[in-house]
Each structure stands twice: as structure tokens, then as C-alpha cells.
Design a protein around this ligand. Sequence first.
Ligand code: SF4
Length: 305
Amino acid sequence: MSSAENRCSFCREPAVVRLTEPERRLCAAHFIEDAGARVLAAMKHECMVSPGDRVAVGLSGGKDSTALLLLLHRFLPTLGATLVAVTVDEGIASYREETLRAARDLTTELGVEHVIVTFADLFGEDLDRLLVGRESQGCTVCGVLRRRALAEAVKRVGATRLATGHNLDDEAQSVLMNVLRGDLPRLVSDTSTGQPGHFVPRIKPLAVLSEKEIVTYLLLRGYFRDLPECPYAGTALRSEVRTMLAELEHRHPGTMTRLMRFRDGARRSAGSAASTGVLGTCRICGELTSGEVCRVCGLLGRKER
Ligand code: SF4
């Protein structure tokens, strides 16, 4: 391709990315604008935030939540909402310390209130200790406990929305995993409405950006940090699905977006059946659950007194 062709579609500066739907080449400045505009448009289109909301960003310190905090720090004031960052320290040696440092550095630089909750405080043990003898279930155990820990953090800071850094790849992977597991209820369930008194609505403003776009955004803004990978990552079905989907997206561009449209169509078809259904309370801890005992109490082996 000649250098004349590889120019930004808007200003003729050298292009750094090429995007489709619509086809466009963008320089660094226009890509940063374009990515931000898509996130803001999604937030407005899906009414993710209302004036007066206090939005808690689940900030792990990794790339997705870093991009999310940067974007919400820019956009929330224009939507009349305020921002607070919450971080869950699961207690994962040689991984969490560095990401926690990155989270602290970012909130300090942006002047954003930051609250940290730990598995040790909430559940009595670090994740590393909880997983002894069942390391292969790392992400399953962590996922259940992280959800509860985030809900607790949201309560502590008095937030009215929880924003998480799920990107397009994460969301498409979840759709495919639910299909592969044959889990229709989870495929069509929608957490964006919350459960009054228990869970605030969860929003995912980054679901319109691919993982590649988020990395590009951070590199161009000078916020990319090479952080260690969680030692338990790769033990779940998700890592196989991630590899498969990345390959499919490469060979058939738009695969992930089509998966999202499929999920949205399935949700619309399911209608009101897509809500969380009737929930009771756990007879041990009193939190919402679809069974007699919630998954947190089950995983921790808690007994009734
Ligand atoms: Fe938890 Fe798995 Fe994420 Fe590690 S990779 S933090 S174990 S969910």
C-alpha cells in the first residue's frame, strides 16, 4: 500500500489503525476520539447512566479497567454523574501486588476516590489459600467470590451503578461459552437492571471496543503497562474459547459483533423470561440466591449455626 493511501480518513496524518463498519483509517488523535465517541454513544443509547448517579468502576488495574476509568473520568461529568473506583484484592501472590499498584497510581493521578476490599477481610482467607487442592477451579471460585466482593464494595461506597471493563471479546466469549454449555438461561439473563436492595445495575461501557482497540487506546494515550498474568488464568473453558474466537475473528471479521447481535436477539425473544427470575435468600448469609444456600456459602463450606 502506498503511503498516500495509508492516511487518516479525516486529517491525512499517517494512519495508525484501520477500522471497518464503516471502513476508515485513523491517525492516533482521531482513533482516540473515535473510540471515546463510540463508548459515549453506547452509554447514551443504552441509558447506562442518569444525572445524579454515583458510578463505581471495578478497577483491577489491568488494561480494560484502566481504559474504562480513563473514559468514564472524561465522560461522567458531562452526564451529570460522579465516579468512584473499587478494587478487589483476592490475595493472589506475585500478581495482585503489581496490578494494585497500577490501580493506586491511576486513581491518584486522576484524583478519583479509591476503595479496596480484600477476600481475606470478607471471606477470612486469600484466594491462594482457598484454592489449595482445587487450583484448576481457580476462575470459577474467584468469579463467584469476586462478584460478592464487588457487591459489598459498591454498598460501602454508596454507588448506584457498577461499571465493569468487559470488552467486546469478553462478551462474545461469554456468549459462545453459554452456547457450548447449553446454558440458555444464562445466555439471555440481563444484569443491567440490578435487584433493588441487593445489586445495583451493572453497566459495560467498553463492550463496543475490542481487546485490540483497548490496547491501542492505552498505548496511544501512554497508559499501557505490561503487567503479569494471573497464575490461574488459562485453567478455564474461557481460554480455549478465547483462542478459537480470535482465530475465527481473524478469518471472518465481524464474528464477535454477530455473536453479540445473536445474544441480543435471543434476549428480545426471551422477553420477561430473561430477567433473573424469582430469587430467595440464602439461609446461611441472607444474600439473594436461586437455591437454599448461595454459591458463596457453598464454596466456602459455611454451615448453618
Ligand atoms: Fe480470578 Fe481467574 Fe481472573 Fe485470576 S484469571 S483474577 S482467578 S477470574
